[in-house]
Design a binder for this molecule. Structure first.
Ligand code: GDP
Ligand code: MG
Length: 728
């Protein structure tokens, strides 16, 4: 039966498969043209040793000429093609080969064990590839073959030299990375579909399925222990797993969900031939010892061997047709290399020209002109690149062109940002001036209009430098917006302060006039009139800003919030009382009252009711008039020394204006500093606590004593003149 199979395989003239000589020889599963051998199933069933169809599949993978075939032949008694040591043929026939192992070599001697071992069906696959390390070589076959081995076998032997451990390229890690990535993409989904809801034994099988990666380390000299080598390789694998591009729905999978790892070291074939043989047999022990075997039910695909052959064929179909594996061919590698080189060359010549232009562009202010220069420089650069690179692989050419464009834009950033800053500074300066020039008229409406104008102009100008919009103006524009907003808010606050100040000035002027008038003709209703004037003025000033919609709601047309407006009105009211206090104290001082007293006294004493000067002829008349004049004059201090109304109630402010803390909150810390001098003046008089007490009792006494001294002198002087007149 076996011979029949062999003749069928070898005799088929249309087939490109390499013939095999006898049943221990290998069958080519996949040939160099990537065709799957339809006769695989027949070979497999024909070579089975026993009826229970218990079988295992092992593959080997690794760089060319690392002794893979040699190992397999020694271990499994197969007859894979081995590179001739004398002729040093460069490569054996490419493809994936499979052979049934008639016997696994081992160190066991007992008869029973040998029997048990004989009954095991182990199929071995040998992957013969080129060496992908040579630059530009097509790795397509290597990738697909490795992926096939990974997908179909229970144990994948990864064959490496000890000296390759830790070397990314040497240990074929790059190839493995791609293979893992595609393996995850192709076969990971089945695993994730069954992990969540797995009660049936079949699905449980898929979700638990793993592959054993058995690293066989060749030419192990024994200096570095196996454990240390194992650690290095494990670290590399886990790192590689983390760096894989994983579909998001599979990103939670860990390396250990798919793979187990194990290690075996083998001595140098030529230098330690006996150790070499022994190590190979020890590996055999690990495969065949029923009580301690590397095989694990989880590695098995769980189907009879004919099912496996079909599965393998399907796997190959999927793998061979998978676009993800059509990775860089020679053409693409060359395109990458050349386009990169051209892009660098073009960028270099751009930098040379740009470096020359930058100082000119930085001081220039014709934005259209600068923008044109930048676009010209860039277009020249891209044109140069296009001339060199456009005939190479299109997608690589496009990709490198985009990169070049991005690099150019990044180079221009210095010029772009510098002008953006300059434009912003100019806008800010002009905006500030324009806002002040509004003098508060329609401040909010006009101010925002001016701001929008600046924003628009800024964008228009900066966009001219954006290489047709390729450089984003967003972050610079956001900065401008922030600057303008903060200027607006600052000026808005200043305007609001100005409104309050103007109101207070107006109040102060009006009050001054009223008090002066009242002082001219003191009456018991003087303070009634002054208070009424104060209230009238205050109301007049505030009501200008009261909105039509609601009483007690104010708007200054500054765009300030209702809360800010209410606060401003409150501040005005507080300060209006302070103004009242200040004006009355400025006008009604010790000296002014004293002067007033004297003036009134003189008026009455020296002139009669008709304004005719008096001539005193006797002392009796003098004494009566002196008393009258004195009482008339003193009325002033009685009325203006203490602010009370005609009904005898004293005037009390609506706010505690002498409360230092309250003053601080209304004036703010800075204003308090400005008012330092005034505070000191007030301190001279002692801190006042009573608004109504315009002249303190102490001052009153001083005024009166001075007044009395003066009028007494006047009295004596007048009396003397009467006596002289009489005696003459
Ligand atoms: P393959 O291409 O990986 O299958 O390698 P081969 O099995 O064809 O062997 C390639 C060459 O390496 C042959 O000349 C072998 O004699 C030699 N070779 C095989 N095994 C070893 C080994 O363990 N150590 C060394 N140094 N050479 C070996
Ligand atoms: Mg080989």
């Amino acid at each position: 039966e076996a011979e029949e199979l062999v003749s069928r395989v070898s005799g088929s003239s249309s087939s490109s498969f390499v013939p095999i000589d006898d049943k221990e020889d290998a069958i080519q599963v996949i040939n160099e043209d990537k065709q799957f051998n339809g006769d695989l199933l027949s070979y497999v069933t024909a070579t089975l040793l026993n009826v229970d169809k218990d079988y295992h599949i092992i593959s080997v993978f690794g760089s060319q000429s690392t002794g893979k075939s040699t190992l397999l032949n020694r271990l499994f008694n197969t007859n894979f093609d081995v590179m001739d040591e004398t002729q040093r043929r460069l490569q054996t026939t490419r493809g994936i080969w499979m052979a049934h192992s008639p016997l696994v070599n081992h160190t066991f001697n007992s008869k029973e064990k040998k029997e048990g071992i004989r009954n095991k069906n182990i199929f071995v696959m040998d992957v013969e590839g080129t060496d992908g390390r040579e630059r530009g070589e097509d790795q397509d076959f290597e990738r697909k073959a490795a992926l096939f081995a990974l997908a179909t076998t229970e144990i994948l032997i990864i064959n490496i030299w000890e000296t390759q451990v830790g070397l990314y390229q040497g240990a074929n890690m790059g190839l493995l990375k791609t293979v893992f990535e595609v393996n995850l993409k192709l076969f990971g989904k089945a695993k994730s579909d069954t992990t969540s809801s797995s009660t049936s034994p079949v699905t449980k099988k898929i979700s638990d399925h793993k592959v054993l990666l058995l690293f066989v380390i060749r030419d192990h000299l024994g200096v570095t222990p196996k454990e240390a080598l194992a650690e290095t390789i494990t670290d590399d694998l886990l790192k590689m797993w983390d760096s894989l591009t994983k579909p998001s729905e599979l990103s939670h999978f860990k390396f250990n969900d798919f793979f187990d790892i194990d290690f075996h070291t083998i001595g140098h074939k030529m230098l330690q031939p006996e150790k070499f043989e022994q190590d190979v047999k020890l590996l055999g022990d690990r495969l065949v010892n029923p009580s301690d075997t590397l095989f694990n039910p989880n590695y098995h695909h769980g189907v009879p061997v004919d099912g496996w052959a079909l599965y393998a064929e399907n796997c190959w179909d999927q793998i061979d047709n998978n676009k993800d594996l059509d990775l860089p061919t020679q053409q693409i590698l060359v395109a990458q290399f050349k386009c990169e080189e051209f892009s660098k060359k073009s960028l270099d010549s751009f930098i040379t020209k740009y470096t020359e232009y930058e100082p000119i562009g930085l001081v220039a202010d014709d934005y259209e002109e600068i923008g044109r220069c930048l676009i010209d420089l860039k277009n020249d650069t891209l044109e140069e690149y296009d001339n060199l690179a456009s005939l190479y692989n299109e997608s690589i050419y496009e990709q490198k062109r985009t990169e070049l464009s991005t690099q150019i834009n990044a180079k221009v950033a210095n010029l772009f940002n510098s002008h953006a800053d300059k434009l912003r500074a100019n806008s800010a300066e002009a905006f500030k001036k324009e806002l002040i020039a509004l003098k508060g008229r329609n401040f909010n409406k006009e101010g925002l209009k001016i701001r929008d104008d600046h924003r628009l102009k800024y964008l228009q100008k900066l966009s001219l430098l954006s290489i047709g919009g390729e450089i984003s103006t967003d972050s610079n524009f956001a900065k401008l917006d922030e600057t303008l907003s903060s200027i607006f808010i600052t000026q808005q606050k200043a305007e609001l302060r100005g409104v309050i100040l103007k109101g207070l000035k107006k109040l102060s002027t009006g009050l001054t006039k009223e008090i002066q008038a009242q002082v001219g003709s003191p009456a018991s209703t003087s303070w009634d009139d002054i208070l009424a004037k104060f209230k009238c003025l205050t109301n007049e000033i505030i009501s200008k800003y009261e909105t039509d919609d609601a009483k007690g709601v104010y708007d200054f047309g500054l765009g300030t919030t209702g809360e800010e407006n209410a606060k401003a009105i409150d501040e005005f009211k507080f300060k209006s009382w302070i103004t009242f206090d200040e004006v009355s104290h400025k006008l009604l001082t010790k000296d002014s009252i004293l002067a007033l007293l004297k003036e009134r006294f003189e008026d009455k004493f020296r002139y009669d009711a008709n304004g005719v000067p008096r001539l005193y002829e006797n002392t009796a008349e003098l004494e009566v008039n002196f008393q009258d004049s004195k009482v008339y004059a003193m009325k002033v201090i009685k009325i203006f020394g203490f602010a009370k109304l005609s009904d005898e109630t004293e005037i009390v402010p609506d706010y505690s204006i002498y409360d230092i803390k309250l003053r601080n909150t209304y004036f703010g810390i800075n204003t308090i500093d400005d008012d330092d001098d005034e505070d000191e003046d007030n301190e001279d008089e002692g801190r006042r606590t009573c608004f109504a007490e315009v002249i303190s009792e102490k001052d009153k006494a001083i005024i009166l004593s001075k007044f009395k001294k003066e009028i007494d002198a006047r009295f004596i002087e007048t009396k003397k003149s009467i006596i002289q007149n009489v005696t003459q």
